[in-house]
Design a protein around this ligand. Structure first.
Ligand code: DC
Length: 231
């Protein structure tokens, strides 16, 4: 049974379109989509609610034993995150939660705490998992690794449109600065920094539409695994 499982690791910076692209590609190719950023965001939210300093390894590590973090998939297939039984899928998406997630994700104890949950999912199902260290740390044996990236300008413009659609009136300069700060934090941390695995295919989507990006990922999947890619 394990033989038939396939895993695809998609890593890259914030706003490269990883989750939208990975989710659509997973649906098209019959894989389970796992958004690991949502899991880190849930720890970030827990830190904020506990009024812990998200940069303090000791303060955040002290919270971990009290956290019950789970995820499942709603009727429409959307990944839902639960923190101690509460559905926090909405609250983890605010810009503030993003900054908390980025800070706590630099703490090695947090990464260790979440590792098994991510690996266990890929042990039982064919997954497309997106994050920052999936190809390098979580699933180093993934059959296909994609490093999905885009210029800071392209990523900021996309994030701005996403926020505007939700009624958020953030300015481009602010969104660009936030994103640059997160890039810096995610790429320069000591624990599992954001970087492409040596055997990753680099896909730059700066000049691609969403459809073109999904097609490109699906083409890579078909090329690597053949026609019967998913479950
Ligand atoms: O993909 P995202 O923006 O939802 O991720 C939120 C934060 O979590 C991001 O700043 C980096 C971190 N993260 C990580 O360190 N490792 C992962 N596998 C996924 C996310």
């Amino acid at each position: 049974m394990t033989e038939k499982l396939r895993s695809v690791a998609i890593d890259g910076p914030s706003g490269a379109g990883k989750s939208t692209i990975a989710k659509a590609a997973a649906a098209r190719c019959g894989f389970l989509y796992v958004d690991t950023g949502a899991i880190y965001r849930t720890v970030g939210l827990a830190a904020r609610r506990a009024e812990a300093d998200p940069h303090s390894a000791d303060d955040v590590a002290a919270l971990l034993p009290g956290l019950d973090i789970r995820f499942d998939y709603g009727p429409d297939g959307t990944q839902r995150m639960f923190l101690n039984g509460e559905d926090v899928s909405g609250p983890i998406r605010t810009p503030e939660a993003s900054m908390y997630a980025s800070a706590v994700s630099a703490i090695p104890a947090v990464r260790a705490f979440l590792l098994d949950m991510q690996r266990d999912t890929a042990r039982t199902q064919s997954v497309i998992m997106d994050g920052r260290d999936i190809g390098t740390v979580v699933l180093p044996q993934a059959g296909l690794k994609i490093f999905l990236t885009a210029s800071l300008q392209a990523r900021a413009a996309r994030r701005l449109a996403e926020l505007a659609a939700k009624g958020d009136k953030s300015a481009l300069a602010e969104v660009t600065a936030d994103m640059a700060r997160r890039d810096e934090q995610d790429s320069h941390r000591a624990a599992a920094p954001l970087k492409a695995a040596e055997d990753a295919v680099i896909l730059d989507t700066s000049d691609m539409t969403l459809e073109e990006s999904i097609d490109a990922v699906c083409a890579l999947i078909a090329e690597r695994f053949g026609g019967e890619a998913g479950r």
